[in-house]
Design a protein around this ligand. Sequence first.
Ligand code: TYD
Length: 166
Amino acid sequence: MIQQTLVLIKPDGLIRSLTGNILTRLSETKLEIVAGKVCRATREIAEQHYAHLKGQPFFNELIQYLQGELHERRKVMALIYWGEDAIAKVRELTGETNPEKASPTSIRGSFGRIRTTGLFENVVHASSDPLEAEREIKLWFQPDEIIIDIYPTKKAKKEVTVREWS
Ligand code: TYD
């Protein structure tokens, strides 16, 4: 099945200069990148992204981690991979959530670590199923930032002030 999946290179991946390495690994999937950007994870977006974990003892630290507050690097790289079985292919290369349990050849197994607090600092995020992928992609991207049409859109007229080059 043709699918799309969200990948985030988390702030630890960026500060440790792992971007090239991670993208090279993911290119083994032969999937297509249909959107990509470097952006800040605000508290709101981080909390929405991990809404299913609200109430966990590590939730607050996890939100700080995604925001980049644990690494002095307040940005993430967000990408959408698209193609046959995209979700499983990317998850396979990403590896298990716990970097100590992840296959040593996976991205998390190679580069992840567990903080002394117990938080898994696992370098990347990848969507776990089609519903989550849709929710996450719509959280991180607007339709016009994606080069193909993956979900239905509607036209909305908005009066907005934008910045332009002066
Ligand atoms: P989760 O959505 O369960 O896993 P995944 O990222 O593999 O989809 O967890 C989200 C993040 O929360 C995970 O990448 C790292 C962190 N986390 C911990 O630090 N400790 C834990 O025990 C769990 C379950 C997650």
